[in-house]
Design a protein around this ligand. Sequence first.
Ligand SMILES: [Zn+2]
Length: 95
Amino acid sequence: MKCPFVYADGHQCTGEVYRAGAYGRSDRFGAVDERGIRKIRLWCSEKNDHAGSVPSFEGKLRMEFYPDELHRRGLLAEAIALCENVCPESAVALP
Ligand SMILES: [Zn+2]
């Protein structure tokens, strides 16, 4: 999927997302339930996490997206497919 990062001057990054990770409610093995995703972090082929040369809290936040945000842009399904730590709903045994 195309990198959803937008630069301050308004142009969108031309990189491809090669990796994603989900944050949210997870089971004891660390896998996040698809319905429990709170945020998704992306890494792109051009700038990785777009954090720049000085890693900072603000930098890290640049490539973290809320599921709603990705959904609005039509990217949620692709982002979830790239997540290494998301297990499909059916595979999650809820307590
Ligand atoms: Zn990018």
